[in-house]
Write a protein that binds this ligand. Structure first.
Ligand SMILES: CC(C)(COP(=O)(O)OP(=O)(O)OC[C@H]1O[C@@H](n2cnc3c(N)ncnc32)[C@H](O)[C@@H]1OP(=O)(O)O)[C@@H](O)C(=O)NCCC(=O)NCCS
Length: 397
């Protein structure tokens, strides 16, 4: 199901020099809402994400990560390539990159040049450690951001090693915050005509999201540590195994949902574990009680009972049940997108849902350079087909 509306960001042009996740996802998010995204790749050296999870030689991850994008190839280390990039940037609203700081400058697109080309440009720069500070000259990846932000230290069981995130949270969090920064900067640009740089270091999105860790250390002297699926601030949270060997995740955090949970599992207020405060004083006994209750019921029974009692939990789902889950289909969280290479590809839908001006997916990810003619040719930048052929034979495209 692809949305036909042009999207609220229609009219904006984004030049995406990103690779892998953190940079490209900024542009993908903007493209989901209608921005025209030109994805620039080095000829012969495509985005490394393209080779991940291949079917018949075609990477299926990039079908989602490059959706709605116009991929062009351009060797920006050549004179002609740089001139073309400069032309694209002068007509763009947003430039996205996630190189090592200094790379853009070395290519000839430092702040002075960018200001000359387009003083209202918003430049989104995602990097390992940010554009300033002692570590800014070091390379980085989302995982390093997870490790350095405090996230990995808090993720995992107390007796196991720190754990990273399957959602590439270092990268994806950086991308989401950067996309937000771009929208804030565009609002300022619309009011004043001035562009600016959105400068995002890989650990910073997660540090902001782990907002409790610094005040808790500062004020309580408590350096939080990992507790598996428990929550140090709330006892009525954990994951338990059901009678049919499935997992059910419980999370109750308001007085009403917590009371409903305790009553449901046979812990009325006069039981020694029957209040949140008393349960918190004996976490092992409380979780043992919960685990025993869960082990006597199937996943379906637990789900039904939780809903009926007005408390809160869900089965832990995996992709094979998510893909045709009626709720997620109804929410268009799993959508089927036609694809030239693979017929169609199911992927996660546009997030978030806007009621008046929804986003849309007009194309799944296309091959490297497949939009060269569209973007650079007679109907785009205005190069003739002969000129494009010459540039191709010189290795510029
Ligand atoms: C990801 C990272 C570690 C990769 O480092 P790397 O392997 O050394 O470098 P890259 O693969 O990015 O290659 C960069 C080079 O390609 C060049 N290049 C990139 N696009 C190009 C193009 N279209 N045409 C010509 N050259 C290009 C760059 O100018 C750079 O040249 P240099 O060797 O003169 O510096 C580094 O870019 C980085 O720290 N990025 C910031 C953090 C980040 O986003 N990490 C990835 C998260 S998903």
């Amino acid at each position: 199901v692809t949305q036909q509306s042009p999207g609220p960001l229609a009219g904006l042009t984004v030049v995406d020099l990103g690779q892998l996740i953190a940079g490209p996802m900024v542009a993908t998010i903007l493209g989901d809402f209608g921005a025209r995204v030109i994805k620039v790749e080095q000829p012969g050296r495509p985005d490394p994400l393209r080779v991940m999870y291949q079917r018949e030689g075609i990477g299926v991850w990039s079908k989602s990560s490059d959706r709605n994008k116009l991929p062009i190839t351009l060797n920006v280390k050549t004179r002609e390539g740089l001139a073309i990039l400069k032309q694209l940037v002068s007509g763009a609203d947003v430039l996205v990159e996630n190189f090592l700081p200094g790379t853009l400058e070395r290519l000839g697109l430092g702040q002075t040049e960018l200001d000359e080309l387009n003083s209202s440009l918003v430049v989104a720069r995602v990097s390992g450690w940010g554009q300033t500070g002692p570590k800014s000259t070091q390379r980085g990846y989302g995982r390093l951001g997870e490790a350095a932000s405090g996230f990995a230290n808090l993720n995992g069981t107390p007796d196991g090693p720190p754990s990273h995130s399957a959602a590439s949270l270092g990268d994806t969090a950086a991308a989401i915050w950067t996309a937000f920064g771009v929208m804030v900067a565009l609002r300022h640009r619309d009011a004043t005509g001035q562009g600016q740089v959105v400068d995002m270091g890989m650990p910073e999105g997660l540090m902001r999201m782990l907002e409790q860790q610094i005040p808790v250390l500062d004020q309580l002297g408590w350096c939080l540590s990992r507790m598996g699926n428990e929550n140090p601030a709330n006892v009525t949270v954990n994951v338990y195994k059901t009678a049919d060997d499935r997992y059910f995740s419980v999370s109750a955090a308001t007085p009403r949902t917590q009371r409903a949970l305790l009553d449901l599992v046979g812990l009325p207020a006069d039981h020694p574990l029957g209040t949140v405060e008393r349960a918190a004083q004996d976490r092992p006994a409380f979780h043992a009680h919960m685990a025993a209750w869960m082990s006597e019921r199937t996943l379906a029974e637990v789900q039904e009972l939780f809903h009926a009692a007005g408390t809160t939990g869900t089965p832990v789902l995996s992709a094979d049940s998510i893909i045709d889950d009626p709720h997620f289909l109804a929410r268009e969280m799993v959508v089927t997108v036609p694809d030239d290479d693979l017929g169609s590809v199911r992927m996660a839908g546009v997030v978030p849902r806007l009621t008046r001006t929804p986003g849309r997916i007009i194309s799944s990810g296309r091959g490297s350079g497949s939009a060269n003619i569209e973007v650079l040719g007679p109907d785009g930048l205005g190069l003739s087909l002969d000129e494009l052929d010459q540039l191709r034979s010189k290795g510029v495209l």
